[in-house]
Design a protein around this ligand. Structure first.
Ligand code: KG4
Ligand code: ZN
Length: 357
C-alpha cells in the first residue's frame, strides 16, 4: 500500500505561532496528528491591537519549541514527514518571514519539498479537515482582515463575488468591543456581552444593504456606535448596545448572503450547493444560527469549520499543503513573503473611500 503523505504546516502570519502535522486518509478527510497554537494575547492586550515587531519577536522565540512540541505530539518520526508547508501571505511581513524561513530551513535540511500557502486558502479549505467537501462551493470568509464572498472553483481557483469596501467584520467586532471597554481581542467577548442585552434597544445602520450586490460595509456602523457610547452610562446599556450590534450584523449577513447565493447560482449550475463560512468570526454562535437559517431557506448546505479551526491555526495550512503536495505544486526556496496576497487575483482592490458601487 502506498504511503499516506504527512504534511507539517507552519502559520505565523499575525499573532498566533502554530505548527501542525496532518496525514492523508483514504476517505478524503485527513487526520490531524497534532495542532499546536500559541497565541500572543498577553503581549498585545495593553496596546489594544497587534504590534508587528513584538509579534515577530515572539514568533522567533517560540517557533522552534512549538515545532518540536507538534512533532512530539504527533508521534511521527521526523524522517516520515513528506513535505513542509508554511504561510506565505497575506499578513504582517515581519511575522510571515519568521515562519516562512523556518519552514524553508526545515525543508532544506530534511531534503523535503517546500510549499508556500495562502493563509486565506487555509481558511477556505479548513472544513476539509473534518468534512468531505467537493468543489465548487460558496465561501464567506469573515476574519480580522477580510470579509469576502467567493466562489471556490478548485485549488487556487477563486472568483470573488463581493468584499468589504471598508472594515473587515472581525475588525468591526474588535473596534466596537474597544468602544465598549472590552479588552483586546474583543470579538469573542462582545458576543458574551450581547447575550445579556436587549437587541432591539438601539437602531443601527446597515450600510449599502440594498446596493452593491454582495459587497459589505461596516464603517458607518462603527461611527454610529461611537456616538451612542458617548451618551450611554450604565453597564446594562453597554450590554444592550452589544446585543443591537450583534443583531444588526446577523441581519446584514442574512440579506447579503441571499444575494451571494443568487450570484453563485448564476455561475454554477448545482442544485444543492455547499456554503462554507470560515475565518475567526465564523466562531460566532449568533452568526452561525442566522446563516444556517438562510441556507436552509435557500437550499444550500451550510458548513462551518470546527470551533478550534475557525481562528488562525496551522492544520489549515497543512491541509492546503496536502492538496498541493498531491498535485506536486512545490515552491522554490527563494519564494518571498507576500503581505497582500489575494485569493482572486483578478478581483479589483475595492477598499477605500469613493468606491463606485
Ligand atoms: O481568522 P482570524 O483568527 O485571524 C485573521 O486571519 O484575521 O480572525 C480573528 C478575528 C478577530 O477580529 C476576532 O475578534 C474575531 O475573529 N472573532 C470573533 C469571534 N471569535 C473571533 N468575532 C465575533 N465573534 C466571535 N465569537
Ligand atoms: Zn486568519
Amino acid at each position: 500500500m502506498a504511503k499516506k503523505p504527512i504534511i507539517l504546516g507552519i502559520e505565523t502570519s499575525c499573532d498566533e505561532t502554530a505548527v501542525s502535522l496532518i496525514q492523508d486518509d483514504e476517505d478524503g478527510v485527513p487526520k490531524i496528528l497534532s495542532n499546536i497554537i500559541s497565541s500572543q494575547f498577553d503581549i498585545h492586550k495593553e496596546f489594544g491591537g497587534v504590534v508587528p515587531e513584538l509579534a515577530a519577536r515572539s514568533h522567533v522565540e517560540k517557533i522552534d519549541l512549538i515545532a518540536k512540541k507538534a512533532i512530539k505530539e504527533s508521534g511521527v518520526s521526523i524522517d516520515k514527514i513528506s513535505a513542509i508547508a508554511a504561510t506565505v501571505g497575506p499578513g504582517l511581513i515581519v511575522c510571515l518571514t519568521v515562519g516562512l524561513n523556518f519552514g524553508k530551513a526545515m525543508a532544506s535540511s530534511l531534503n523535503l519539498p517546500f510549499i508556500g500557502v495562502n493563509h486565506l486558502e487555509g481558511h477556505a479549505l479548513s472544513p476539509k479537515l473534518h468534512t468531505k467537501l467537493d468543489f465548487p462551493y460558496l465561501l464567506l470568509l469573515i476574519s480580522g482582515g477580510h470579509s469576502q464572498y467567493l466562489s471556490v472553483n478548485g485549488l487556487g481557483k477563486y472568483k470573488r463575488l463581493g468584499t468589504t469596501i471598508d472594515d473587515a467584520l472581525g475588525e468591526a467586532f474588535d473596534k466596537t468591543a474597544k468602544l465598549l471597554g472590552i479588552e483586546f481581542p474583543g470579538g469573542p467577548k462582545l458576543e458574551k456581552f450581547a447575550e445579556k442585552g436587549d437587541p432591539n434597544k438601539f437602531k443601527l445602520p446597515k450600510p449599502i444593504i440594498n446596493k452593491g450586490g454582495c459587497n459589505l460595509s461596516f464603517a458607518g456602523l462603527k461611527t454610529s456606535i461611537l456616538k451612542i457610547t458617548k451618551a450611554i452610562k450604565t453597564k446594562q446599556e453597554k450590554f444592550d448596545l452589544a446585543a443591537s450590534f450583534q443583531k444588526t450584523i446577523e441581519e446584514i449577513l442574512y440579506i447579503k448572503t441571499k444575494v451571494a447565493f443568487e450570484e453563485f447560482r448564476n455561475i454554477n449550475s448545482h442544485d444543492k450547493s455547499s456554503f462554507v463560512v470560515a475565518g475567526g468570526v465564523a466562531a460566532n454562535k449568533g452568526i452561525r444560527k442566522k446563516l444556517v437559517q438562510v441556507s436552509n431557506e435557500n437550499n444550500f448546505q451550510p458548513i462551518f469549520p470546527d470551533l478550534k479551526l475557525c481562528g488562525d491555526n496551522a492544520a489549515m495550512i497543512a491541509m492546503v499543503g496536502l492538496e498541493k503536495y498531491k498535485l506536486k505544486k512545490f515552491d522554490n526556496l527563494d519564494l518571498p513573503a507576500s503581505p497582500r496576497l489575494p485569493l482572486d487575483k483578478n478581483a479589483k482592490f475595492l477598499k477605500g473611500a469613493g468606491v463606485e458601487l
